[in-house]
Design a protein around this ligand. Structure first.
Ligand SMILES: Cc1ncc(COP(=O)(O)O)c(C=O)c1O
Length: 405
């Protein structure tokens, strides 16, 4: 089956690069490809183009242009934020507060720092809908808490955290604590204003909003000091060395501009298709549940997270792939057994059910027909897999605890 016949329901994993973004980027591979650090005319022209992109991104997120640092993406921005702050506090007790629903690009550097005995850390559990509450954050602050890192929107269930409220409460209790938020999924759908949010550090990446992969931003509020993690040529104001990825930086800036200008249209399409999808699934498949917030304002538009009783997520994905559908599951096969998603288990979902998770994320690649076609495909896959499964039915018993049906 050719790619254009396939149904792409994995926009939260990555998005195709917008054709206007490609047009814009091409010039920076073919003509204006020079090194922005070079002192000759073409190099200085490239440096000016980066400054313009920096200014444009800053304006769109309510920052100052010198507060925007280009990185290789969300993972690097998160690592730079966390390690960069912790390296400012050597030889003193340091505690980090984070949430149990973070992406691994936040969890893993924190766990590494802990294994290296550089920090201690605590994780805050979400509620049954996957949301982190400000009171839980405040309760967990310790005397030596130096950094709090809480994501803006979750990449598996789409739950949005009220970062402004959390930051306001943290700062009024402890203004010295540095607050970082991974806004990778949120920024892909909604406008933000970093000054209004009150964060010190914020991560975003281009490939979730139809920009190129391998380019992201770390917003660092003026006055917040961090230790660079990649040393060398002094680029990005000595915070992140490496010859700038000129075309990707231009691409990220253009993709963000297109997203900001199309917010309403994108949100309306995603929400409409989401409803069509959810209603169709409810009607056509018994014993399934939907996870994440019930209220539409508390979730990322177009992200549907569901649990299928009696089958494993990976089996559904493989069967969907054969039928031409690209989707995702929170569970992953590790060392021969299916590991349930840490996000779903943190929400209190039992391991057996969390193993049957499926994430369908809608975006610009989708239309009504895709959803209708998908609704013809999934029910028979699940019926088939269930008929082969040896797992016992237990779905109904715990239904009301956390499901959002
Ligand atoms: C919430 C979140 N944070 C960080 C990342 C990592 O971003 P990147 O792929 O640009 O490194 C992702 C991507 O999946 C994400 O969803």
């Amino acid at each position: 089956m050719s790619t254009n016949q396939r149904i792409y329901l994995d926009h939260a994993a990555t998005t195709p690069v917008d054709r206007f973004v490609i047009d814009e980027m091409q010039n920076f591979f073919i003509s204006n490809w020079h090194n922005p650090s070079s002192i000759y005319f073409e190099g200085q022209k490239a440096a000016r183009v980066i400054d313009e992109a920096r200014m444009s991104i800053a304006k769109m997120i309510g920052a100052k242009s010198e507060e925007i640092y280009f990185t290789s993406g969300g993972s690097e921005s998160n690592n730079l934020a966390i390690k960069g702050i912790i390296d400012m506090h050597l030889n003193v007790p340091v505690h980090i507060l984070t949430s149990a629903t973070e992406h691994h690009a936040v969890i893993d550097p924190i766990e590494l720092l802990s294994h290296q005995n550089k920090i201690t850390f605590s994780t805050i559990s979400p509620d049954k809908e996957g949301i982190i509450h400000s009171d839980e954050v405040i309760k967990s602050i310790k005397k030596d808490t130096k950094l709090i890192s809480i994501m803006h929107a979750n990449n598996e269930v789409g739950a949005i955290n009220n970062i402004k409220e959390i930051v306001d409460k943290v700062k009024s209790k402890r203004p010295d604590i540095i607050f970082h938020s991974d806004s990778v999924q949120y920024v892909a759908h909604y406008d933000i204003d970093v000054k209004n949010l009150g964060v010190d550090l914020l991560t975003l990446t281009g490939h979730k909003f139809y920009g190129p992969r391998g380019c992201g931003v770390l917003y660092i509020k003026n006055g917040v000091k961090i230790v660079p993690q990649i040393l060398g040529g002094g680029q990005e104001n000595n915070i992140r060395a490496g010859t700038e990825n000129l075309a990707a930086i231009i691409g990220l800036s253009k993709a963000m501009e297109i997203s900001v200008n199309n917010r309403q249209k994108d949100i309306e399409r995603d929400q409409l298709l989401f409803e069509q999808l959810q209603n169709g699934l409810k009607k056509s498949i018994p014993d399934i549940g939907f996870t994440g917030p019930k209220k539409i304002q508390q979730r990322i538009p177009g992200m549907l997270s569901m649990l299928v009783d009696g089958v494993e997520g990976e089996s559904i994905l493989l069967a969907l792939d054969i039928q031409g559908v690209s989707a995702s599951s929170g569970s992953a096969c590790s060392t021969g057994s299916i590991e349930p998603s840490h996000v779903l288990t943190a929400m209190g979902i039992p391991n057996e059910l969390a193993r049957g998770s499926l994430r369908l994320s809608i975006g610009r690649m989708n239309n009504e027909k895709d959803i209708n076609d998908f609704l013809q495909i999934l029910p028979s896959i699940i019926k088939n897999l269930r008929s082969m499964s040896s797992q016992k039915k237990q779905f109904k018993k715990i239904e009301s605890e956390w499901l959002n049906n």
